[in-house]
Design a binder for this molecule. Sequence first.
Ligand code: KIV
Length: 314
Amino acid sequence: MLVFGYYYLPLESTPHPAGKLGKVSKKGHTEVEVAKKSVLDFQKMKREGEKVVWLTCYDNPMAQLMEQVGIEMILVGDSMGMCVYGYSAGTLPVTMDQCIVHTEAVRRGAPGIFIMGDMPFLSYHTAPEDAVRNAGRFYKEAGVDSVKLEGGRRAVKMIRAIADSGMVVCGHIGLTPQSSGQFGGFKAQGRTAESAYELVLDARAVEEAGAAFLLLEAVPPEVGRFIAEELKIPVYGIGAGPYVDGQVLIVSDMLGIFQAFTPKFVKKYANLAQEMLKAFQDYQNDVKQSRFPDEKHCYRMIEGEHDKMMQLLS
Ligand code: KIV
C-alpha cells in the first residue's frame, strides 16, 4: 500500500521518480504527487522477504540524491555528532534542536522517503512525558514518519508512551552508542550465549511495548537471524549480518568521507574523501597559479561601457 502526499517543491527540484509531476501552481511551485512507503509497506516487505534499503542522512542535497535513486528509508541519526559536528564525545552532546534542524532539511530534500528522527541522549531518558514531547517535536517541527530510540527492556516505558500517543517508534538494541560507556566502548554485543539471550529478551520487550521496527547494531548474524525470524515487526541491521529484514549504513562511512575510524561492518562504496582532497588541492593550485578564474567564469561589461567608465574616471 502506498501513501500519497502532496508537497510543494521549488521549480528547479528534480521530480520524485515514483511521483507524477503536476501542474505549475500560481505560487511558482510545482505540485508533485509522491509515493512514500508506510509501515504497512515495510511489514509487507518483511512478509515477502524483500530487503529494505536504509541510510542515514543529515542534509538537503544528499537527501535529494537519495530520493532520486529511491532509497526507502532515511535515519537522521545522532551519528551527526561525529559525522557533522566532530564531537570527540560522539553522539552524547547532540541536542534536540540540532536534530530538528537537520531533519527538517532532509525532509525538504526527500518528501517521498520515509524519514526517521533519532532521539538524542537525554531527550527520552528522564520520563515518558519527555519522550512523548520530544518525539512530538520531530513530528510537528520536522515532519518525520517515525522516531528511533535506544534501549531494550529499560526503554519500554518510553516506547509505549510514544506509541500510545499515535507515533511510530523504532527500537535500537545491541551496540547502543549513547550507552557505549557501559560496554567499555563501541563493542559488538551478543557474542556469548548469555549476552545473546539478553538481546532476545530486549527484542521481545521492544515489540511488546508497541515498536513498529527494531534496529540491531553490531551483533552476530546468528543472533540477527533469530530475532528477525522471531519478531513480527521488521528487524533491520547495521552490522547484524545478512538475515535481517533490511540494512542501514551511515552515509559518511559508506561514501568514505568519515576518516576517524571505520567499523568492521562498513562497506565503502566510494572514497569521496580522496576525491574531495584532490578537488581542494587542484583549486588551491589553480588560484595560486592564476589559472582560476578564467574567461568562462567572468562576467563581461556591456559593449562600450568600459570606455565610458574610464572617461568618467579621467
Ligand atoms: O545515529 C545513527 O546513525 C544510528 C546508526 C546506528 C544507524 O543510530
